[in-house]
Design a protein around this ligand. Structure first.
Ligand SMILES: [Zn+2]
Length: 174
């Protein structure tokens, strides 16, 4: 069970329900036997913004933030502004790296232009990824421009706000 699913309300997680005609057990048609269904969310636009990171010329720096504690964030788009695009980026969430490192242990990551667009033309993920409340997100930058490089990254997406579930009092008797 992850934070994007909830127990199926039809079979209550048992994967089976009684057929209404003959009472035999059958695979739950709502969850297809998984016992879980996708959670229902309301979405509110949200920018997951890292503070500007000043990367010394030909050097490295990192910036780290903790996700807000009161909602999960559904990440869709990457946008960045940088003094120079000659900078590599590497993202870690809770110490899990989200790309290969050019040099293992060095943490260079990939060119910023291969990872982020701009607000006018964002890099849009084909599928969302959820950054859970209170996750720790860190960006590592390595400059190759030869000049001090200021990089500002924003992940664009949505707050996931759990939809109100129907009152239990409306459950029908059998
Ligand atoms: Zn079910």
């Amino acid at each position: 069970m992850n934070n994007q699913t909830e127990t199926c309300p039809a079979c209550k997680g048992n994967s089976l329900v009684h057929n209404v005609k003959d009472g035999t057990l059958q695979r739950c048609p709502l969850c297809d036997g998984d016992g879980e269904v996708p959670k229902k969310y309301n979405r509110r636009p949200y920018d997951f913004s890292f503070p500007a990171c000043i990367v010394p010329k030909n050097g490295q720096n990192s910036v780290s933030i903790q996700a807000p504690g009161d909602f999960d964030f559904e990440w869709w788009d990457n946008v960045a502004v940088a003094t120079s695009s000659s900078v590599y980026v590497l993202l870690e969430i809770n110490d899990v790296r989200f790309m290969n490192s050019l040099q293992p242990g060095n943490g260079n990551g990939i060119p910023l232009a291969n990872w982020a667009g701009t607000a006018q033309l964002p890099y849009s993920r084909r599928f969302p990824f959820v950054i859970s409340a209170r996750d720790q997100a860190t960006l590592y930058f390595t400059d190759f421009s030869g000049f001090t490089n200021t990089v500002t990254v924003t992940l664009k997406g949505h707050q996931l706000i759990p939809a109100k579930t129907k009152s239990q009092s409306t459950a029908q008797s059998s």
